[in-house]
Ligand binder design. Structure first.
Ligand code: SF4
Ligand code: SF4
Length: 437
């Protein structure tokens, strides 16, 4: 889930009252002004049957009725749907937090002004590493510049902003390098996720982070956070003004930095508490398909369509949607079935595990697991055994390969990922929605 603010803690809070989608992520269109090489939905052109503006507003009303407190609009690019501003206004008038998650390619001063006027609560821009890494992943030369322009455009209007970064083999060693560009903006939150092998990313298995590397990635992020806090303290800057590094639900779990990287600065200490798909999270695709989380692959997790079903009923009564509302220990397999944290973690992110293995319940992308296996001299890699079919939100299949732990892993031979990737293709910068131009 591409949550803008941390939501892990709300799962148990929600259970005490009744389940509600505190965080809804809503794909308004598959139309996009980029065609990123790691895009999970394989976005570029719109679907033929996307919801009209009137239909969007009906869904928005249903979301209010079922108690969604926060809605994040995604795409493709949400700003390429002609109804986006109406949706933002609808939620803003009802004091519901409405955020935009964007690649920012066309987000100039004018578009930022329109977002502000409509009442947008926050904007998060995807920045996937330093310039060359970002442009390669986005398959679009100049994309990094446009992302930075977007951040400055929203920051200049006082819109709350953040950055989302997908971590993978191309950028995992280069997180420090990205920091100065981020600190030159007004962002409050830098949230990192792992690139999962879904959509076009499934076609580039060599880009998926080798699972045992989550340890050095999380160590690096925690180090950056602590350094920023120490500098602020030395200079008398309040902690509330420090860039808040956070990790998404598919990056963790239970290592020494769990609280630093999951607790909002100044907030109550929290930790990962299991997948929230269908219990406090909800995803809607641009043709009206309903899923418990927007990141989940469509085929195994679609529970119907807003055109045929009342979303209020689906939220209340669909066991398929609410598969995380009950304990799922029985579905764990492999190391996760033996893990000390299994009751609370339940195998980590369903999206990450299902897109890797074709089912949930075993997650090698885990700090705790990597450090436990290291004590036995073992590390786990993954090897693709089945390719993805090539449709939106699809996935292939991988198997786990046990290897001997190597402390000197940085000197192991690796493919030259930058030079072996196809050269980025320039996409004409012409948002096809006149409202966005
Ligand atoms: S599948 Fe579950 S854990 Fe993963 S991003 Fe979605 S809600 Fe979060
Ligand atoms: S090994 Fe599995 S169950 Fe245990 S903490 Fe890691 S992801 Fe969670």
């Amino acid at each position: 889930m591409f949550e803008f603010f941390g939501t892990d803690y709300v799962k148990h809070e929600a259970k005490l009252v009744s389940w509600r989608p505190n965080q809804t992520v809503w794909e308004l269109t598959m139309r996009c002004d980029q065609s990123c090489s790691h895009c999970g939905s394989r976005a570029a052109d719109p679907r033929s049957d996307e919801l009209s503006t009137d239909e969007l507003l009906d869904v928005a009303a249903a979301l209010v009725d079922i108690g969604s407190r926060s809605v994040t609009l995604i795409g493709g690019e949400a700003y390429l749907h002609p109804g986006m501003y109406d949706v933002i206004e609808f939620f803003a008038e009802r004091e519901i937090h409405v955020a935009l998650q964007t690649g920012g390619r066309s987000l100039n001063d004018r578009l930022a002004r329109r977002l502000a006027d409509a009442g947008i609560s926050a904007v998060s821009v995807s920045v996937d590493g330093p310039r060359d890494a970002h442009d390669l992943l986005r398959n679009n030369p100049g994309s990094f510049e446009y992302a930075m322009r977007a951040l400055h455009a929203v920051g200049g209007l006082g819109i709350r902003s953040g950055v989302n970064t997908q971590v993978n083999e191309l950028n995992a060693d280069r997180l420090h390098e990205l920091l100065p560009d981020l600190l030159a903006t007004d962002i409050e939150v830098w949230r990192c996720h792992l690139t999962a092998p879904m959509g076009r990313a499934a076609d580039r298995p060599e880009w998926i982070l080798r699972p045992w590397r989550v340890v050095d990635v999380l160590d690096t992020l925690a180090e950056i956070q602590l350094d920023l806090a120490a500098v602020a303290k030395r200079n008398g800057v309040p902690l509330s003004e420090v860039l808040d590094l956070k990790i998404g639900s598919n990056l963790g779990y239970y290592g020494p930095h769990e609280q630093i990287l999951r607790t909002p600065i100044g907030g109550y200490a929290t930790h990962y508490s299991g997948c929230s798909a269908g219990s406090t999270s909800l995803g809607i695709e641009s043709d009206g398909t309903i899923k418990g989380c927007p990141s989940l692959p469509t085929a195994p997790y679609q529970v119907g369509n807003v055109r045929d079903l009342d979303l209020r009923e689906v939220w209340k009564n669909s066991p398929e949607l609410g598969f995380t509302r009950e304990e799922r220990i029985d579905e764990l397999w492999g190391f996760c079935a033996t893990c000390d944290f299994k009751e609370v973690c339940q195998g980590g992110c369903s999206f990450m595990t299902h897109t890797t293995f074709g089912r949930r319940g075993n997650n090698p992308f885990c700090y705790h697991r990597v450090t436990q296996l290291k004590k036995q001299g073992i590390r786990e890699s993954i090897r693709q055994t089945e390719q993805a079919p090539g449709v939106p939100y699809d996935f292939g299949k991988f198997e786990i390969v046990e290897e001997q732990w190597n402390d000197d892993w940085r000197n192991e031979p690796m493919p030259d990922l930058y030079n072996e990737a196809p050269a980025p293709v320039a996409v004409e910068l012409s948002p096809r929605n006149p409202k966005a131009a």
